[in-house]
Write a protein that binds this ligand. Sequence first.
Ligand code: S3P
Length: 784
Amino acid sequence: MRKVVSRQQKNQKNNNQTFLNAQPSLFKQVCVIGLGLIGASLAQAIKDNGLSERLVAVDRHAPSIEEAIKQGLLEAGSSTLSEVVAGSDLIIIAVPVQAVQAVFMDIKQAMDSGQLASDCMITDVCSTKTNIIDAAKAVFTSLPIGLVPAHPIAGAENSGYHARRATLFANHSVIICELPTTNYVAIAKLRLLWEAVGAKVMPMEANHHDAILAHTSHLPHLLAFNLVEQLASHDDNLDMFRYAAGGFRDFTRIAASDPKMWHDIFFANQNAIVSALDEYGVYLQTMRQLIIDKDSTALMGLLGRAQAARRHFGHMLASTPYTDTSAMSASYIITPSTTVSGTITIPGDKSISHRSIMLGSLATGVTHVTGFLEGEDALATLQAFRDMGVTIEGPDNGNLTIHGVGMNGLKPSKTPLYMGNSGTSMRLLAGILAAQPFDSVMLGDTSLNKRPMERVAAPLRMMGAVIQSTGHSGTAPLSITGRDTVGKPLQGIDYELPVASAQIKSCLLLAGLWSEGTTTITQPEVSRDHTERMLSAFGYPVTVDGNRISVEGGGTLVGGDIAVPADISSAAFFMVAAAISQGSELTLTQVGINPTRTGVIDILKLMNADISLSNNTHVGGEPVADITIRASNLVGIEIPEHLVPLAIDEFPVLFIAASCAQGRTVLTGAKELRVKESDRIAVMAEGLQTLGIECTVTEDGLIIEGKGTGGQDDQINNSQPVFGGGQITSHHDHRIAMSFTVASLRASEQIIIEGVETVNTSFPGFAELANQVGMSIQVEDTSI
Ligand code: S3P
């Protein structure tokens, strides 16, 4: 696996390096007090990075000092501060928290006697912060202007000078408390020091730091020590330890760390730890009771929620997709191939998967889902409903069991709801949340946070919703005020959609379920109707009159079984793959052919594609069929505008088909493509041009000069490459990445596609399936 360093990291490093080069060392003399694991590791990192001209240390343990001098780490050392501190411009206190006040007294003395300047920088590495500030207040008449309390969130089970590692802080966070009394130069220099040793610096108030650390570090350590103590105290403790399996070992790993240090921390952060412990007691009692009551649904809900949250919070913090956090960036390296064949099953429909979670959660009774798409977008919806207290078992091989809570059963989430990359989740949920009694906040990843949300927020406000798009320009995060605060329910509206968008339509229809009166949505063109179909399947009356769709508020949903058909939007990549490559024939089994989604078939047929449907049947209220597609000579067309909403997600791959067609293809009326996961008109044009295709971007579409050579139908000419090779950036848009993969079937050289990790949002397993039918994709992790 090739590892690359992100541009941002490189810049950061370069900036720091420029600063460090400009002045040879950041400090003249750093004095480290305490050569334990953290102190010695930091000293080593300072030495290795040339951050100080001189390095001295104070430690009661003479052998550590002697060894550090002998090894060239220190210029001088002593057990007494006054012997070495003179001339230091930074003091790093790395002693146990309880010993810090005595160190401050020594420092004060050194300042009073003129050994140290009064603006000398003083920092610490202790795990608690308010007591450090209190200790300083007790010693100094006013807080020194060089004092910057800090806490590197890094450690290891081994302690002491010998355990030191210069890399201990690399990619770890360091919290810095920027006190109002501190000189800003001191803050800036400390930040530089930590960044130079590879840490990420975060400012935080001391009180907040202590409360957070009590929960995230101090409580887990306390519990680990306590669990070992509990087992050790048993009469049969030998057996207990002998048979203690992985769980005990994993859970108690941190109980091997320094007892004295933890003793001190527990006292130093007494209040915050006691309150975290009390809260823990309440949770423990709840779980105890669930077990006594054999409350299987509630216990599954709790365990499932916790398991998913454990996985979820990393992504949420980093605003990354859900799959493997290390795979924050991946590339496809594709060797051209010429033909595809086989019979394959495409994963479940994304739109229907989202709606199955939403309606299943709001229904009464249990809903079983099969064929659920375990892609990141649908998983974001699933997690959101778990966060709102719904028990959902699975997903297990596409199977889910949703224990519906009814129309009024959702609970407020304790954290903002994280929608990842999924516009459908955020827009449809906006309608549901606007009607709930409680407040909510929704966040997305960096791409979703750029997409327009006023298109749902504005009409929701007309219904009486209080909703703010708090991003730069009508974008997420969305903040929604609950009806309990607003004081009255939503009101039905008669709304004309400005664009044919199923997401806006669905959002407003869902809000209409809780609204007083009728909600009627008129769409300019037909858009996908899965919401309407599934509402009806769950027993909720929906009136459809041409392009006008209405619901009455106040009804209920009844849970049932949902079989999710294969996603035609995902199938489209394979349809185009077979259509453009010589001698190809692919059959895609049981694909959803809802007439509001089959624009891609209609457009490909207009382009002379050879597509046939068989085994037509119905699955969960949706029509499905096997789709067989064979190679043919495609021709360029003017795409009828009424087909645009019916193929809205398929245009990226249709542009690949158009490039292989004979003659020009013209798309108009597709402005919506500019506000998808990327600006799909601009990004596709850029990629097509890279691969040697002539195309012209228009305001609402694209004109592509196809390079196909045509020929009689019995004389299929699609063997000649139409694309060159090159490096394509997908702009982290899954459909762009998959479309250019398909282009490799008519490419003369290797195609590299960067930013393919988002393929998992809609099509987990895409590369494997593509390779299975004859393509040649190598997936490369290019994460930092
Ligand atoms: C979707 C609707 C479409 C589509 C999206 C899924 C849905 O968006 O692009 O991938 O599930 O309702 P718009 O409604 O914004 O066109």
